[in-house]
Write a protein of this length. Structure first.
Length: 64
């Protein structure tokens, strides 16, 4: 599946991937992304389940 992502989403993928690979702490990632640690954990879970496409904004496209 081809997913279009913004620069912000691409940088989010890099940060979350760093946490998954244990190169960065979740607390530091949360601070860098301006999110809570819990929301960062949710992004990590979505990344593990769906890969990078899971981190794309789900509210894209026509509202139907």
């Amino acid at each position: 599946m081809l997913v279009t992502m913004s620069d912000k989403e691409l940088s989010r993928i890099n940060v979350i991937q760093s946490v998954v690979e244990k190169r960065m702490r979740r607390r530091d990632a949360a601070h860098q992304l301006a999110l809570t640690e819990r929301q960062t954990q949710r992004l990590m879970n979505r990344s593990r389940e769906s890969g990078p496409a899971g981190l794309a904004n789900l509210r894209r496209g026509p509202p139907w």
